[in-house]
Structures are given as C-alpha cells and as structure tokens.
Ligand binder design. Structure first.
Ligand code: ADP
Ligand code: MG
Length: 323
C-alpha cells in the first residue's frame, strides 16, 4: 500500500508546488472562504494549508488518506464539467507516503474536531481540542524518504516561484476566496476575497489598475471574453504573466496568447509580454477533453475564431484609449 502510494506520488507529487496545489484545491472543493498557506524553506521543511471550509467528519478522516477514497463525484465524460477540482482520491495518500503529515479538521457546528498524524506507516488519530470549522493540514520534511526526488528539486527561489505561480492562478480563478501566502514568516501574497478580479490582479502584480491596466471585453456567437490587459509599457519578460481562464479554469494556449500579442502589434517591445488576465466563457464542448488533468494546455475547436476575437479586442482597446 505504501509502495503503491509512493508510485502514485511519483506522478501527482513532483515538487513542493504540487503539494500546495493539491491541498489548496481540496480547500477550494471544501468551499473555503479564506485559505492560508504557510511555507518554510520553499516547502521542503513545511507546507501548511489552513481553510475555513466544510471540514471532514471525524469518522471519515482516516478514509481520506486511503487511495481512491474520494468523497467527490464526477462526470467522466467531460473534464470541464467536473465541478470539484479533485476527483481521484490520490493526493492525500500520495503526500502522506513522501512526507510527515498532520490533519486537524472540524465540520460546521461540531463540538469536537479530529486530528490525525501520519509518519511513515505509523498512524495516530485522536479527537482534537479545537472545533474551529475547517481543515488544517501540515506537510513536513517532504521527500525525506525519496532522496532522488529531493535531489531533483531546483533552487529554493525556483521552487518558491512555482508555489507562488500556483496560488496566483488559483486566486485569479477564485476572486471570491481570500488567499494568504507566507514564506519563512514573511507575507508573499494576500488577496481580498471580495470577488473583484481587478483587485486580485493588483494584489498579485502590484500594478495600479487605473493607471496601468485597461478593462477589455468582447464577444461573438461562441465566446464571451472579459478581463484586464496591461498598457504596452507595463510589461514583463515572459509569458507567464498572461493568464487565460476558460470557464473559470486556468489554461495554457500558445495560439491565444500570441493573438493577444498580435493585437498589441508594434506597441510592444520585442521580448516583452503584457500582464493580462482574461476570463473566457464558452460552451464546454468546444474545449478538448482529452487533456491530462496535470497539464494546462488545452485545444479549443474554433480556436482561430477565438484568436481573431482576442486580437481585435486588444486592437480596439488601444484605438479608443489615449495612452
Ligand atoms: P480528492 O480531492 O481527489 O477527492 P484527496 O486525496 O485530495 O482526493 O482528498 C481525499 C478526500 O479528503 C477528499 O475527497 C475530501 O473528502 C477530503 N478532504 C481533503 N482535504 C479536505 C479539506 N481541506 N476540507 C474538506 N475535506 C477534505
Ligand atoms: Mg484533492
């Protein structure tokens, strides 16, 4: 069982950022309003995710760490119809197979919570003194028993950048959730959780929306687009500052970001990329479902049509605005 979990961990848990992603997605699935992420040593020493979601009933806490014991249901037919982020029941057992884990949890209005600690094959479960609604998971000494994986990690700043990236894009997808991220006791990110995407963008990138960003929108028979794009002087050195959300999910699509760049035309210096966050709504059937859930690249039918819409949207934005 431990071995099977470690093999699964090899696929699901590649680095500290994967742990953060799985734990934060669980908090989102549990309908948290506030999610605190505390990280030490880029996640190798400690990753702690605290949420105020629905918690886990005490008698189900152990099961949450058994493989494929997901409490979530899903429609296999269409990845984009899945309403929860997790559905495989692999994350918690995988993480517990490569790190020391504790989980403390309480459901709403509980008199008591539950606590479980897993260290190797040793389990300790008890009632918890705290009945605070929500779940608090700590993950310590990641990859202590898989030295090859530990060795494969990059520098702390690179691993931390990947963690920040995960939180940023979840913050864009869920502007109604307040995200707080700390590294070694220092605040890295804090979003207001009031549903305002514009404020999430300024929290994440430190931009002044009124001065540096433009609101854009466009639609045709198949697509509805809205969001924020930077003025041409507000650029960064790579594409990762360009976020596309399709039906609320972060995706990567080179053709579409290229279409945005084309819309800027010569206003943009070569090798520079504008901060942008665009929400695109479309019929889920237009998104290719045969994509691996760990990857973000998607194919879209009518991609050319959407690309043209994005390019025109950007062009039009600069025609009407005095830069
Ligand atoms: P999955 O998310 O695919 O269901 P996980 O291994 O990530 O699988 O989690 C297993 C189960 O543990 C979930 O189905 C859920 O019932 C429970 N769970 C995990 N994290 C939380 C959380 N933060 N709040 C409430 N329930 C949780
Ligand atoms: Mg999960």
């Amino acid at each position: 069982e431990t071995l099977a979990n470690q093999i699964a961990a090899g696929e699901v848990i590649e680095r500290p950022a994967s742990v953060v992603k799985e734990l934060v997605e669980n908090a989102i699935d549990a309908k948290a309003h506030t999610i605190d992420v505390l990280v030490e040593a880029a996640g190798v020493q400690l990753i702690e995710v605290i949420d105020d979601g629905l918690g886990i009933p005490a008698d189900q806490v152990k099961a949450a760490f058994l493989r494929h014991a997901t409490s979530k249901i899903y429609d296999k037919g269409d990845l984009f119809k899945i309403m929860t982020l997790g559905f495989r029941g692999e994350a918690l057992p995988s993480i517990a197979s490569v790190a020391d884990v504790t989980l403390e949890t309480a459901v709403p209005d509980a008199n008591q919570g539950a606590y479980v600690q897993i260290k190797g094959n040793e389990w300790l479960t008890k009632r918890s003194g705290s009945a605070r609604q929500g779940t608090d998971v700590t993950v310590r000494d990641l990859f202590y028993n898989t030295p090859a994986r530990l060795k494969y990690l990059k520098s702390q700043s690179t691993e931390m950048a990947k963690i920040v990236d995960i939180i940023n894009r979840l913050a864009f997808s869920y502007p109604q959730i307040a995200f707080h991220l700390q590294h070694n006791g220092k605040k890295v990110l804090s979003t207001p959780g009031n549903g305002n995407l514009q404020q999430v963008i300024s929290s994440v990138y430190g931009v002044n929306n009124a001065r540096e960003m433009l609101a854009v929108e466009a639609h045709d028979a198949d697509f509805k687009v809205q969001g924020w794009i930077a003025k041409p002087q507000v650029t960064r050195s790579n594409r990762s500052y360009m976020t596309l959300l399709i039906n609320g999910r972060y995706v990567k699509n080179y053709a579409l970001t290229n279409a945005l760049l084309k819309g800027y035309g010569t206003r943009l210096m070569v090798g520079r990329f504008p901060i942008s966050v665009l929400q695109i709504e479309m019929d889920p059937r237009l998104v290719d479902v045969n994509v691996h859930p760990q990857k973000f690249e998607v194919r879209i039918s009518k991609e050319g049509q959407l690309a043209a819409l994005l390019e025109q949207m950007v062009q039009a934005a600069f025609q009407t605005v005095n830069l």
